[in-house]
Design a binder for this molecule. Structure first.
Ligand code: ZN
Length: 291
């Protein structure tokens, strides 16, 4: 008698929505009964929209000039308010557009690490947070756990009881678990944060990894990638950015662990939809898909 596989593999399907008109935001609001994670093309910066169970959460909003781009994207995806907003760090390429988002949508809860950042951009964001009436502000550390529209959420970084030196390693890292699918968003985490997460209780294969720190060679270390083994890796970086992101060595490390790589500089917006055991990746521009 043939043994039945107990856990069928997640099936990866690639869709190219540019072929159907190239509308930003893809095919409008997300399907119900699915987890949808949109990696918004904000040039050299991060912005990720998480939608599940009729709820909407935003992680970062790119540089200040990208705020309107993020707001438009959210509207096209059917967002009229946000159940939550995560600021992974005070750096301008993550927090810059958040004030526009707070102005455009009511936000129920704001998650941040509390790590200080002394810049005008971050001060502007914190002012907008204070002006957001009725919003709860949660300072989150590893061990914090919550639920977003039926998706389990675990914070993996920064560690409780202390910070690493430097803002990148104190990025808020959020692990989403939806059925057997796992998605990790860890901002600009570098070596120390990656080692901390690789030594923690949440290692194991990832369905999707937002590649840490835009594909910088200071991140995506071999230990981290071997502990988390992403199937799909999405790099948020700007076209011809001055930092040389993503680093060719990082692309090679991702290839070695078998990750399929998508990049906002090449593919534009990248939208991953996870439904039962099906993982669909839709990209705004099909050019060099799966590079
Ligand atoms: Zn960054």
């Amino acid at each position: 008698m043939r043994r039945r596989a107990l856990a069928p593999a997640l099936v990866l399907v690639l869709l190219l929505f540019a072929a159907c008109g190239g509308v930003r935001g893809g095919a409008g609001p997300p399907p119900s009964g699915a987890l949808s994670v949109s990696f918004i093309d904000v040039g050299q910066g991060d912005s990720v929209l998480v939608q599940a169970g009729g709820e909407d959460y935003l992680v970062d909003a790119g540089n200040p000039e990208e705020g309107p781009v993020v707001v438009d994207f959210l509207r096209e995806r059917g967002v009229d308010d946000l159940e939550g907003l995560v600021s992974t760090s005070g750096d301008a390429d993550h927090a810059g557009g958040l004030a526009d988002v707070l102005e455009a949508f009511p936000v129920e809860r704001i998650y941040l690490s509390g790590y200080p950042k002394d810049t005008l951009t971050y001060a502007g964001f914190l002012r907008a947070v204070r002006a957001e009436e009725g919003a709860d502000v949660e300072r989150v550390r590893a061990g914090y756990r919550t639920e977003w529209g039926g998706v389990r959420v675990d914070v993996l970084n920064p560690p409780p009881g202390g910070y690493f030196s430097g803002s990148n390693d104190n990025s808020v890292a959020v692990l989403l678990t939806y059925g057997r699918a796992r998605v990790l968003l860890a901002g600009d985490a570098e070596r120390r944060a990656e080692e901390y997460m690789a030594g923690g209780p949440h290692t194991g294969p990832l369905t999707v990894l937002k590649v840490n720190h835009h594909g910088s060679e200071t991140s995506s270390g071999p230990l981290f990638l071997s502990r988390f083994r992403p199937k799909v890796a999405v790099i948020q970086c700007g076209r011809d950015n001055p930092y040389g992101h993503p680093d060719p060595e990082v692309l090679e490390r991702l290839r070695r662990v078998g990750a399929r790589v998508f990049r906002t500089d090449l593919h534009g917006d990248v939208i991953v939809t996870i439904r039962r055991d099906l993982v669909e990746v839709a990209v705004e521009r099909p050019a060099r898909a799966g590079a």
